[in-house]
Design a protein around this ligand. Sequence first.
Ligand SMILES: Cc1ncc(COP(=O)(O)O)c(C=O)c1O
Length: 479
Amino acid sequence: METFENNMETFNKLESEVRSYVRNFPAVFKTAKGSKLYDEQGNEYIDFFAGAGTLNYGHNNPVVSEALIEYLKKDGLVHGLDMATTAKREFMEKFNDTILEPRHMEYKFQFCGPTGTDAVETALKLARMVKGRSNIIAFTNAFHGMTMGSMSATANEFYREEAFTNRANVTFVPFDGYFGPDIDTAGYLRQLLEDKSSGLDLPAAMILETVQAEGGVNVASKKWLKEIEKLCREYGILLIVDDIQVGNGRTGSFFSFEEAGISPDIITLSKSIGGGLPLSLLLMKSELDRWKPGQHSGTFRGNNLAFIAASNLLSYWEDDELSREICKKEQLLRDRLMDISREYDSLETDVRGRGLIYGLQIPDQGFCGDVSAEAFSQGLVIELSGADSDVVKFLPPLVIEEEILEEGLDIVEEAIYTVYNRKESINQILNHDQLFDQKESINQELDQKDTINQKLDQRESINQVLNQKESINQMLNSK
Ligand SMILES: Cc1ncc(COP(=O)(O)O)c(C=O)c1O
């Protein structure tokens, strides 16, 4: 098949209808560096999407590419199932030294299949096995993956409805803030657990994201997270924190739950841990490690190239420079979004987030999609989240330069301005059309009235003629 630069035909013809991002960002990307992507024609795009949280350290971070080239040149082992390899040992040691020990955390590693959902599947299986109970508590708007077990704990019906399979053994309860700020959803959950007649089966585990990224950038408060942890301890339930999207520094600290001071029993990590290469793992408290050898298996457990990338990227966490940088950029991002929110008061926006994940909610249906499309046409890749796709999700690489962050935000602002004004003029035209329609129907009513009046007049003249005839008849009769 003949191909032309930036031609989408091959994708449209040969790839399944299930393809998604390619529809929102219709370009054929060829190269990428740092916070920028380039298509086949050399057009440049700022990346506020970062592979849905996989590129926290940017595209082709030299720390990764140079180490990988070096490793491959030396015939470093690429595939090794779960055998002992130098790359895996280095990763575990470095992670332990750089991340776990300084935080006084003691966890064992389990490497699973290469993608995030594999870690979630494994965590749910382990929790059920250890507790000997089947129920799991998940939260409204949660997203944990697309395979059967993780999908059962994913709330959005769009992903679930066509699966036609048994997705039982998960009970969804409201996330923090689900009913607004005044309703204590942890208190509600406590009541369900306390009440022997609530109908809730005692779960093996609760699984949660501290910031629901796909679910609309919903941020759990520290207080709520602490209360959930307390409930887990009181009722002998395991706490699983799914840090696949908002771990790896996304919220400013390596783990997203550090600020809340909680200690999950199981942590799932994937996405950015391998710097763009597939790697997925569980951290579990050692008393939970009840697996029999080989009881949970898989061909791609631990990707050695990703271990090399991950070990090198952990250098970012040897001091607090990255955290401080994230904090500074968060301020910038938040201030700009708050300015936008104030400027477009009538759109009833909401700004929320932590670190370098922020959401700008615009309830007007379709508005966010138009903003994302408009931004793309101006050279920015930015995606949406939330069940109604009504949240523009800001997820730039953590290492983005401040000028590029500003440039991307200028594009968003411009895109909102364009979409807002476009909608306003459409509304004016619609209003104009409405007035026109009203005038038309009044005219029709008036026309009808004229016809009725004419008919009444006709009736009057007929009556007059009939009266005349009547008097003539009377006259004739009297003669
Ligand atoms: C919180 C969370 N968990 C699990 C997953 C699933 O990861 P993957 O798509 O790599 O299977 C995702 C993906 O977006 C996620 O955001």
